[in-house]
Design a protein around this ligand. Structure first.
Ligand SMILES: [Zn+2]
Length: 258
């Protein structure tokens, strides 16, 4: 009897090991789960259903132009993007936590909700977001891992959230930030008001796109340090001041401007 129990436990452990190994392999190499692939310059896009390839390539070319503004830009880095909203991989990927519209993991990008290439949109449960900006945001996460190591930019170990998320937001919003009617001072005032009135910790970062407040706060802080104070991202990472100290400085800067 004891022998049978031991054998059963050994079999179950073996099945569990095979199952977990399979999951880890799929998480690291999801390519095999997708029916189609586009190779375009520094992009590899994996997808299932037919898509508007020319439209998508246009969006990716624009995304690449934005990423060239980043000091983390690496001409050798190839971006693997999985359009996964209707693929089994999305369910496996959800093991990391449900919620985000897209996510950068282990050197690739998973786009988790349906995309509307014609209108350059991605439609999440709560938000409709600009697809180019979402892709650029995740590309910057890939480049953070590429420059500083995946272990230093992982879910377990990473810089403070405002530095982790603020920089991808800063790079991805460059078109808005450089537009003639944009004002950092106005945006800071708008953020303070939105954050004060938010009931669930989310704020409308741009029209129709709701995100946790620290994405917006982080972008404003990074933007202030880079555009007003002349920091590089590397210097921001090394800066030992706390989030409270930097935000206080930012708020004081706004007061002086008025
Ligand atoms: Zn992010």
């Amino acid at each position: 009897m004891k022998k049978i129990i031991k054998k059963t436990i050994a079999s179950l452990v073996l099945i569990l090991i095979v199952f977990i190994s399979g999951l880890i392999t799929l998480m690291c190499f999801p390519q095999t789960l997708f029916a189609n692939k586009i190779e375009h310059q520094k992009f590899r896009i994996y997808y299932d259903n037919e898509i508007d390839k020319d439209g998508l390539i246009n969006i990716l070319d624009h995304a690449y132009q934005l990423i060239e503004h980043s000091e983390l830009h690496d001409t050798n880095f190839v971006f693997n993007i999985f359009l996964a909203h209707n693929n089994f991989f999305n369910t496996i990927e959800d093991l990391q936590g449900k919620g985000p519209i897209a996510r950068a993991t282990a050197g690739y990008i998973t786009v988790k909700y349906p995309i509307d290439i014609k209108n350059n949109l991605i439609k999440g449960l709560r938000s409709s977001a600009n697809l180019t900006e979402i892709i650029v945001h995740e590309m910057v996460h890939n480049l953070q891992g590429n420059r500083y190591g995946l272990l230093s930019f992982s879910p377990i170990k990473h810089p403070p959230m405002w530095k982790l998320e603020g920089y991808p937001e800063y790079i991805s919003r460059q078109n808005m930030l450089k537009s003639s009617d944009y004002s950092l001072r106005f945006e800071i005032d708008r953020y303070v008001e939105l954050e004060k009135n938010s009931k669930d910790g989310f704020v409308e970062v741009v029209k129709g796109h709701y995100m946790p407040a620290y994405y917006c706060k982080g972008r404003l802080m990074v933007e202030y340090l880079m555009d007003i104070k002349g920091f590089t991202y590397d210097e921001i990472l090394k800066d030992s001041r706390t989030e409270i100290e930097v935000f206080e400085e930012l708020v004081n800067w706004v007061k002086v401007q008025k």
